[in-house]
Design a protein around this ligand. Structure first.
Ligand SMILES: [Zn+2]
Length: 482
């Protein structure tokens, strides 16, 4: 069974065929690091993380590249005007622009870590790749697809008739999209900046063949994806907002310079908050860090994966609450499986084995169908009643072991919703049972030898750890005070 992905370029689901058998290269547009990540920033990294994990699970060697935009992103990117966002923030916080970039790069990585998103294999910074961007611009100028004007360099859109093929925009749409009077230095309102000359007060600036300036926003992704993934690489991904102009520009820059660019284009849809677009100006907005402080990050991840990535997701309190409950049921089932394994007798449970066959088949089918994570999660919920029945019927070890392995591979490994910290975070599981029982046995031995000082010490030390021991006529019992 192979993986099918919806390719924005062809507007249909296509079988994923890697450029090099056994290898998969993915480029995902990363954040512009000038502020705290918000809820909308979490969806893309989580879904492409599942893609990456699934490809690895399916036997591919994956290289996942996601950039950090730390330069050149103007407040009014459409007009190609306004202040550099990072510089604007630097003035506000009275920091160097590079301090702002570092601060918010790490804020982003910290949030992604809490959400159990694997770190990119390469997270190239735009500022670290100025030379590569300049070289690509030079190739475009040499081929007549770019021109120098007043120290800036623009892409000549009319020289590249394929411009618009990804976003399916015709010439009129593009002109409407540009919706500005022609800047004096541009030949055509649709032309976009590859390099911009720096005003005297612009701090982040580099020397170039065209004078001091800084790269346009789009050029970094063309240059860095080609550098690390090579010609005609496999998958390029990003938010639906980026289709135009960002990704359209990326394709034009790479292909007009004579390169073969990405073959599969994936776009994830918007996240709404309580039915409305998120916007700082209206207060309908959640900083990701705040959300992750108030909620178990895995519940947030689970919630986001319960919608298909190409549909709009409406994030609500009730939705989060429902996700919490569903997640707890899955987590309980996984933990209980592991706990019961310790005392299970030999043998199998045929009902459980059949249910596991079905779960594995449905899960693969769902994920292979354009990453249908809601369906993959639903397969687990179909499985739970059968698992509970098997618990009640004291299923044998071999079937429980297989259950634990399926939870580990698909839930923990592919969906990434059961990281070890969550599995071990609460004082449950057979390890704790075993350790407390060991200590209580030692305490019983001490009592039999009338070493009451030692038996009290064990009881008191357990008490300090929140484990209360009670002596009953059937022997000692214990519980954890939370
Ligand atoms: Zn990009």
């Amino acid at each position: 069974m192979s993986l099918f992905l919806y390719n924005t370029l062809s507007r249909k689901k296509e079988e994923f065929v890697p450029g090099v058998p056994g290898y998969a290269g993915i480029y995902s547009c990363g954040p512009t690091v000038y502020g705290d990540p918000h809820l909308g920033h979490a969806r893309g990294p989580i879904i492409y993380d599942v893609l990456r994990r699934w490809l690895a699970h399916s036997g591919y060697r994956v290289r996942f590249v996601s950039n950090i935009t730390d330069v050149g992103h103007l407040v009014d990117e459409v007009k190609g005007e306004g202040e550099d966002r990072i510089q604007k923030r630097a003035k506000l916080e009275r920091l160097e622009p590079m301090e702002i970039a570092e601060k918010y790069t790490w804020a982003y990585f910290d949030d992604m870590k809490d959400l159990n998103v694997l770190r990119p294999d390469i997270a190239p910074r735009a500022t670290g790749h100025i030379l590569e961007q300049i070289e690509l611009i030079q190739e475009l100028i040499a081929k007549g697809h770019a021109y120098v004007s007043g120290g800036s360099v623009y892409f000549r859109v009319k020289s590249w008739p394929q411009y618009g093929k990804l976003s399916a925009r015709n010439l009129e749409d593009q002109e409407a999209g540009a919706r500005v009077e022609v800047r004096e230095d541009k030949e055509d309102p649709r032309d976009f900046a590859l390099w911009k000359t720096a005003d005297p007060e612009h701090i982040m600036r580099w020397r170039s063949p065209w004078g001091e300036g800084f790269p346009g926003w789009h050029i970094e992704c063309s240059a860095m994806s080609l550098k690390y993934l090579g010609e005609s690489f496999d998958i390029h991904s990003g938010g639906i907002d980026l289709q135009f102009p960002h990704h359209e520009a990326e394709i034009a820059q790479a292909e007009a310079a004579g390169h073969k660019f990405a073959r599969y284009w994936m776009h994830h849809n918007h996240v709404l908050l309580n039915g409305e677009k998120m916007a700082k100006s209206t207060g309908n907005f959640v900083v990701l860090r705040d959300l992750l402080k108030q909620n178990e990050p895995m519940v947030v991840r689970f919630y986001l994966l319960q919608s298909h990535y190409r549909s709009v997701l409406d994030f609500t309190g009730e939705g989060l609450e429902a996700a919490h409950n569903g997640y707890q049921r899955l987590l309980y089932a996984y933990r209980e499986t592991r706990r019961l394994l310790a005392s299970a007798s030999e043998g199998r449970h045929s009902g459980l084995d059949t249910a596991l066959d079905q779960l594995e088949a449905e899960f693969s089918q769902a994920v292979n169908d354009d990453l249908n994570t809601p369906q993959a999660i639903a397969a687990f919920f179909v499985f739970l009643p059968e698992l509970n029945r098997a618990f009640a019927e004291k299923a044998g070890r071999a079937s429980l072991e297989r259950t634990a392995r399926v939870f580990a591979e698909l839930g923990e490994g592919v969906l990434g919703i059961f990281p070890p910290r969550v599995l071990e975070a609460r004082l449950e599981g057979h390890l704790l049972d075993g350790l407390v029982k060991l200590l209580l046995d030692l305490r019983e031995d001490a009592r039999k030898e009338r070493d009451f000082a030692r038996s009290d010490q064990i009881r008191n030390r357990l008490g300090e750890l929140g484990v209360t021991v009670e002596d009953t006529k059937d022997g000692p019992s214990w519980k954890v005070e939370v």
